[in-house]
Design a protein around this ligand. Structure first.
Ligand SMILES: NC(=O)C1=CN([C@@H]2O[C@H](COP(=O)(O)OP(=O)(O)OC[C@H]3O[C@@H](n4cnc5c(N)ncnc54)[C@H](OP(=O)(O)O)[C@@H]3O)[C@@H](O)[C@H]2O)C=CC1
Ligand SMILES: CC(=O)N[C@@H](CCC(=O)OP(=O)(O)O)C(=O)O
Length: 346
């Protein structure tokens, strides 16, 4: 049994970590932090955990966290990097759900996140936690940087095409829509029910902070091509609680490829990527609260322009589920431990 600490326990990814870890046979949460709710029982904030998680929130304290086997950061950008040197120095393994250690180029990170990086020396040591690409490195890592939600759905949908060099990497487009929980639990007027209900909008169309992360990930699976992957990325806000639907557009350079077969063979061994039969359209509700990514690929009218549809739950495969998948890999557990439950329907 490993001891788990969670920094940022009162947020949406924090409560999703608690829900999933409550059913994990090899992990036990021993520390859960909140600055605002220190001393409050977890079940007072999250009634779904009453009788299941018998802990109180405590203020974040590196010394206490250092006694854990693994610490998850479910905090806004900039927090993990402020505590990371001391934690890593103590030998504890860390899984960061924020973007602090995802982007290798520090000036790029500072540009998109609008702050000076507080721990640049550890960025190179972090392993990007997309198991479908980096499983072997994740197993050995002390620090894992979990991918963002949109980058997870997008990369899983485009990687097979780029790995096999069958599309033009300079002509990739992504139109993706997220449920409102993607914006976190801290109240913002833009995200309250009466502001988002019965409406649909794009945002950050001029440039979203997930763009450099998506391009970095796609370029790394195509290290020796002349034209590096370039993506147009437009996110949208959907008036639902959980889920991401990403519609990905690419242009074939090899028109003889069997796309269905390419995707099926790439993901046949993957426990959390499901390639749907030809002609199927994945729905966000088919992955709600599960760690699965469901993908479908189309070549309309047999032309060069192709479309990939990719759905995940932003809080599960897009955040806390993938973080636990990474924990399982790091500690040598079966990869789907604690993550076997089917999606919640209806
Ligand atoms: N929501 C999503 O779908 C996804 C989120 N992520 C990332 O995961 C991280 C958490 O997201 P989410 O759960 O939505 O965020 P929330 O806003 O819902 O929760 C943030 C948590 O962090 C704590 N916190 C805030 N500031 C600090 C600080 N300075 N020091 C210590 N703790 C702090 C808060 O508690 P308190 O203030 O009481 O300490 C709270 O528990 C973010 O980096 C987010 O970008 C990644 C993928 C998907
Ligand atoms: C709907 C919504 O607002 N989504 C968030 C992205 C989700 C997130 O938390 O970003 P990370 O994956 O980088 O941690 C946004 O667009 O900023």
């Amino acid at each position: 049994m490993i001891n788990v600490g969670i920094v940022g326990g009162t947020g949406y990814t924090g409560v999703e970590l608690l829900r999933l870890l409550a059913g994990h046979p090899n992990a036990q949460v021993s520390v859960i932090t909140s600055r605002g709710e220190a001393g409050t029982p977890v079940a007072d904030i999250f009634p779904n955990l009453r009788g299941i998680i018998d802990l109180e929130f405590t203020v974040p304290d590196v010394k206490i966290l250092s006694a854990c086997d693994v610490v998850f950061f479910a905090t806004p950008h900039g927090v993990a990097q402020s505590m990371m040197s001391e934690l890593i120095g103590s030998g504890v393994r860390v899984i960061d759900l924020s973007a602090d250690f995802r982007i290798r180029d520090i000036p790029t990170w500072e540009h998109w996140y609008g702050q000076t990086h507080g721990c640049p020396e550890l960025v190179e040591t972090a392993v990007y936690g997309l198991p479908e690409v980096n499983r072997a490195e994740i197993a050995k890592a002390q620090l894992v940087a979990c991918p963002g939600c949109y980058p997870t759905a997008t990369q899983l949908g485009l990687i097979p095409l780029l790995e096999h060099n069958v599309v033009d990497p300079s002509r990739l487009s992504v139109s993706a829509a997220s449920g409102v929980s993607g914006a976190g639990r801290q109240g913002k007027l833009d995200n309250i029910f009466s502001e988002v209900g019965e409406s649909f909008k794009a945002y950050a169309a001029g440039g979203h902070r997930h763009l450099p992360e998506i391009e970095q990930g796609l370029r790394e699976v195509q290290p020796s091509v002349a034209t590096p992957a370039e993506v147009t990325f437009v996110p949208h806000l959907l008036p639902m609680i959980r889920g991401i639907h990403a519609t990905l557009f690419a242009e074939l350079t090899d028109t003889n490829v069997d796309l269905q077969q390419l995707f099926e063979s790439r993901y046949r061994q993957e426990p959390f990527v499901d390639v749907l039969p030809a002609g199927s359209h994945p729905q966000t509700r088919s992955v709600k609260s599960s760690n699965m990514c469901r993908i479908a690929v189309f070549r309309p009218q047999g032309r060069k322009a192709i479309t990939v549809l990719s759905v995940i739950d932003n809080l599960t495969k897009g955040a806390s589920g993938q973080a636990i998948q990474n924990m399982n890999i790091m500690f040598g557990f079966k990869e789907n431990l604690g993550l076997e439950a089917a999606a919640l329907l209806p």
